[in-house]
Design a binder for this molecule. Structure first.
Ligand code: SAM
Length: 214
């Protein structure tokens, strides 16, 4: 937790309720330890979607479809989401959840590894939400840049890694050092590349919001 527990609990207490079906999907996911977006992060997503009115969102990391369903509620009426997942069990569950919410025509699930799929995509996405394996963000970056137009928004979740990212690599468990190094590289890159203006926010597990400026 990178923000004081009591502050987070208080912010949660102010959040508005979702629809019954979405609340059930969220509850099931949390009970089964599916790593879905944190409550305070999803509130941020809601505001970003409402502010930017993206017609087409690309999500990397569907899990069981919770964040895709959540964001889709706030898109323009004809808004669509393309979302990528490689875990077979989660793919099945996401399909069930999209069907339960009657969103199969609005949300397209691409099955497989994001790196392979991103290379093959040639669309243009007004908003991209990256919420997959943290060690891979840096590898996704060139493809994401290709898919996002000037004015588009790139949101990356879990960038502060429970605060580990600010620690020296020697304070990090050996098995987590590669992810630590790659996330630092990602944060440096995304805050220094001329194509993006980026803010790093200590919300949830850390979020970057980048706007493509050139
Ligand atoms: N966005 C989801 C939500 O909030 O409802 C949660 C996504 S969860 C944090 C990350 C998901 O990304 C996992 O289900 C994992 O299987 C998937 N994932 C991680 N790396 C991936 C990759 N390289 N290609 C496809 N899926 C990936």
């Amino acid at each position: 937790m990178i923000v004081d527990d009591r502050i987070v609990a208080y912010i949660h207490s102010l959040a508005s309720d979702d629809s019954e079906v979405l609340m059930q999907i969220e509850k099931d996911a949390r009970e089964h330890y599916v790593p879905i977006v944190r409550k305070e992060t999803k509130e941020l997503l809601k505001i970003l979607v409402l502010m930017n009115q993206p017609r087409h969102i690309l999500e990397v990391g569907t899990a069981v479809g919770y964040s895709a369903l959540y964001m889709n509620q706030y898109q323009p009426e004809d808004g669509k989401i393309t979302t990528i997942e490689r875990n077979e069990k989660r793919i099945q569950k996401a399909k069930e959840n999209f069907a339960a919410c009657k969103k199969e025509d609005r949300i397209t699930l691409l099955e497989g590894d994001a790196m392979d799929i991103l290379r093959k995509l040639d669309g243009s996405y007004d908003m991209i939400f990256v919420d997959a394996s943290k060690g891979q963000y840096i590898h996704f970056l060139d493809e994401l840049l290709r898919l996002i137009p000037v004015g588009g928004v790139l949101i990356s979740d879990n960038v502060l890694q429970e605060g580990d990212v600010v620690k020296s690599r020697y304070a990090i468990e050996r098995r987590n050092r590669t992810i630590h190094k790659r996330m630092r590289e990602y944060l440096y890159q995304i805050t220094h590349m001329e194509e993006f203006e980026t803010v790093v926010l200590p919300i949830g597990d850390g979020v970057t919001i980048s706007v493509r400026v050139c």
